[in-house]
Design a protein around this ligand. Structure first.
Ligand code: GDP
Ligand code: MG
Length: 175
């Protein structure tokens, strides 16, 4: 078990992406290891904390869950600057949410610090038969834009822990 009092590093993550792609569900799965079926609209920005261990360091992860609604974009912008990592999420069953990643990414680059690390998540892999975005397309976007692509299912808990830990490792290596 991780001793929170041993935390010697603080990393801040921000989750961005369109509404209903699964940002809150991914966070809940990562922090609480469960999936909540009721839909709870995120208003403004909500905070989540989780302690992790990387090598011999305990790290406090402070994660900001944003709404994705256009009307909250100006609030979201206030959080970019302090974020070491941005998790950009789209829904593999809704192509428009992938097309919009470009805008989210631009927004983060324009408002964040220049060392910010990016992780792109295609969520809802449990809905394979409804897939509208192929793995290679998103992977190609990631390769061309200095981020990593990975796919998850917040519902099944598939690959969620790995994805968040991968971003933490990348930031740890720079710290
Ligand atoms: P947010 O607006 O990006 O925070 O999205 P939410 O986490 O609130 O999820 C939006 C909707 O998608 C909810 O009805 C969730 O139950 C559903 N959802 C989230 N993740 C998954 C997933 O991995 N698979 C499936 N099938 N549904 C999901
Ligand atoms: Mg939400």
């Amino acid at each position: 078990n991780i001793d929170e009092n041993e935390a010697s590093l603080l990393f801040k993550f921000i989750l961005i992406g369109d509404i209903a792609v699964g940002k809150t569900s991914l966070l809940k799965q990562f922090v609480e290891k469960r999936f909540n079926d009721d839909y709870n609209l995120t208003i403004g920005v909500e905070f989540n904390i989780k302690y992790i261990q990387v090598n011999d360091h305990v790290i406090k992860l402070q994660m900001w869950d944003t709404s994705g609604q256009e009307s909250f974009k100006s609030v979201t912008r206030l959080y970019y600057r302090a974020a070491a990592g941005a998790i950009m999420v789209f829904d593999i069953t809704r192509r428009e949410t992938f097309e919009n990643i470009r805008n989210w990414h631009r927004d983060a680059l324009d408002n964040g610090n220049s060392r910010m690390k990016f992780l792109l998540i295609g969520n809802k892999t449990d809905l394979q038969n409804l897939r509208e975005v192929q793995f290679y397309e998103a992977d190609q976007y990631a390769k061309e834009n200095e981020c990593i692509y990975t796919e998850c299912s917040a519902l099944q808990g598939f690959n969620v822990e790995n994805a968040f830990m991968e971003l933490a490792h990348q930031i740890y290596q720079m710290a």
